[in-house]
Design a protein around this ligand. Structure first.
Ligand code: FES
Length: 117
């Protein structure tokens, strides 16, 4: 079994619920997850919605873009940027964010949540 097959997936929304090159916040229990459709790259990403800098629930409203071909999101508050792939902060900070796998099936978006308690 691969890692992807052991993942628990939950249905987040329909593909059309997420704006092009933007994000939405979806809830999984008490968790807020930011889901992004990076249309320019034809890619989907999910991260924690809380920015670790000042603990604002804001990343789903952040600006997405690329830095050295790394897809990233910039927090709308103080513009700290995070890799959408690894979650590391790209501003040389020690804070990082959690990332989640995303898959699309039949026009629906699923987020892998293994390990969320
Ligand atoms: S709260 Fe996100 S950068 Fe400050």
């Amino acid at each position: 079994m691969t890692e992807m097959e052991t993942m628990a997936w939950f249905h987040a929304c329909s593909v059309e619920d997420v704006p092009s090159n933007g994000g939405v916040c979806v809830k999984y229990g008490e968790e807020q997850i930011a889901l992004y459709h990076f249309t320019r790259r034809n890619e989907w990403y999910a991260t924690q919605n809380e920015c670790p800098h000042r603990r604002q629930m804001a990343l789903s409203r952040g600006m997405i873009g690329s830095q050295n071909d790394v897809p990233k999101v910039a927090c709308p508050f103080h513009k700290k940027t995070f890799s959408l792939v690894t979650g590391e902060c790209l501003n040389d900070d020690e804070c990082s964010i959690r990332t989640y796998p995303v898959k699309i099936e039949g026009g629906h978006v699923f987020i892998g949540v293994e390990g969320i308690v």
